[in-house]
Structures are given as structure tokens and as C-alpha cells.
Design a protein around this ligand. Structure first.
Ligand code: 13P
Length: 252
């Protein structure tokens, strides 16, 4: 089965409203009509509506970097899946390593968010990945398996068409240290085997697994050329029109 590449920019806590609009408008010009690759931006929540409006009419989708698992109520500072949808978003990123390691989100919390996002009609990008000490201790797959198993608990095979996995080794995020194409391929293939075990061969073959962690124009083609690497989740290199354009074009 051939999977459509899916490349997304995670802007994290960067940009102003104006620089975010400039970035979105610039990329709409350069890559907005590409339809061979699924494209998305994850801007800061306060800019979601403006960025959705800016890319309207292009092939670029927009998503939130996080959401909460309740519908509404006394949850100061949080946003719901319905609010995310209301701004025009199609996607939500859940379980990013910074949510896990800076904000203390547990696998169980992330699972509740995944279930809620899917029931709210959002496409979930579920990010997983091991710390450097976990890799060095030979626990790479143990950690990724736990994050995926618990993260997807209660998600049935049909709902998996609205899930993308992003494998982001924590030691490669923002460090300039990219996983080698072989390291990425090895873990992606194991994640796909796990999806076959948890679901079935069709789900395993259809689910996109993005790589994230210091992906840039110079290493994108090699990473995206691996058989089980189905796209990228890009931090730093998604903040410049030239870099993200070159990176996406490396996937064509
Ligand atoms: P960098 O591309 O800056 O390493 O960030 C990766 C990432 O965390 C994307 O979600």
C-alpha cells in the first residue's frame, strides 16, 4: 500500500501574529498547491483562527499543538477539541515530548485527549519517542511501545484512519542531532509491526508514521526516502519559508 507523505510544521511557542501570517502566506505561495503531500501547520493556539483563514483555499491544513479532554468548564488555561474545530482546524498534535517532559503529561492523560479529539472529529498526530538515556539503556522500543499502547487504548481499527504517529526521539529534538536514516527506519518499522499486533495488517500498512527531530532541507530527502518514514514533524525548520519549502520539496 502506498501512503501519502504527511509533512507538518510544529511552530511551538514561536512567531507573533504578524510573523505567523507572513510565514503562512509565504508558504501558501510556495507549497500551497502541492497535492502529492499532505501538509499542515501547528501554530500557537491564539493564532489558529487567523492562520486557518490565511491558508484557506490552499492544500495546507492547520492543527492545534494540544487540547484538553473535557468539553467545557472550570479548566483555566485549557482549550477543548470543539474550540479547536471551531477555529477551522482539522488536526491536533498530542503527546509531544515537550508536553510529556516539560508539562508532565502522562500516557493516561494523552490517551484521554486522543479519545476526545477523535470523538470531536479531529485528526490526531500522536507523538512518541524515547529519551537519550532510554535509548542508551536499550529501551527505545519498550518506551515507544508503552506510549503507543496506552496512547491508543480504546481507539478501534476504524478510527485509526484519523491517527498519524510521529516518532520523535527526544534526543534529536532541537539538538541538531538527527536520527540517522537507518535509526529512523529501524524504529519506524518496529512501530509498524506494533500497529499490526495491536490492530491488523491493513491498519499497519495504512497508518502514516512521521519522523521528527532536527529534520531540515539537507537531511529530509534521505529520511523521507526510507520505506517506513511517511513524512515529518518539523520544529525549527518550519519557521522559515525557504527552509520549509525546500524540505517539503525534498519529499516530492
Ligand atoms: P526540531 O525540528 O526543532 O528538532 O523539533 C522537532 C519537533 O519537536 C517537532 O515537533
Amino acid at each position: 500500500m502506498s501512503r501519502k507523505l504527511f509533512i507538518a510544521g510544529n511552530w511551538k511557542m514561536n512567531t507573533t501574529l504578524q510573523s505567523g501570517l507572513d510565514l503562512a502566506n509565504g508558504l501558501k505561495e510556495t507549497i500551497g498547491s502541492i497535492d502529492e503531500i499532505e501538509l499542515a501547520f501547528f501554530p500557537p493556539a491564539v493564532y489558529l483562527k487567523s492562520i486557518c483563514d490565511a491558508v484557506a483555499g490552499s492544500n495546507i491544513g492547520v492543527g492545534a499543538q494540544n487540547m484538553y479532554f473535557e468539553d467545557s468548564g472550570a479548566f483555566t488555561g485549557e482549550i477543548s477539541g470543539a474550540m479547536v474545530k471551531d477555529t477551522g482546524c482539522k488536526y491536533v498534535l498530542l503527546g509531544h515530548s515537550e508536553r510529556r517532559h516539560v508539562f508532565g503529561e502522562t500516557d493516561e492523560m494523552i490517551n484521554r485527549k486522543v479519545l476526545k479529539a477523535l470523538s470531536d472529529g479531529l485528526h490526531v498526530v500522536l507523538a512518541v519517542g524515547e529519551l537519550l538515556e532510554e535509548r542508551e539503556a536499550g529501551k527505545t522500543m519498550e518506551v515507544n511501545e508503552r506510549q503507543i499502547r496506552i496512547g491508543l487504548e480504546g481507539v478501534d481499527a476504524a478510527a485509526m484512519s484519523n491517527v498519524t504517529i510521529a516518532y520523535e526521539p527526544v534526543w534529536a529534538i532541537g539538538t541538531g542531532k538527527t536520527a540517522s536514516p537507518e535509526q529512523a527506519q529501524e524504529t519506524h518499522a518496529k512501530i509498524r509491526q506494533l500497529l499490526e499486533k495491536l490492530y491488523n495488517a491493513d491498519v499497519a500498512a495504512a497508518t502514516r508514521i512521521q519522523y521528527g527531530g532536527s529534520m531540515k532541507p539537507s537531511n529530509a530527502a534521505e529520511l523521507l526516502g526510507q520505506p517506513d518514514v511517511d513524512g515529518g514533524l518539523i520544529g525549527g525548520a518550519s519557521l522559515k519559508v525557504e527552509d520549509f519549502t525546500a524540505l517539503v520539496k525534498a519529499g516530492l
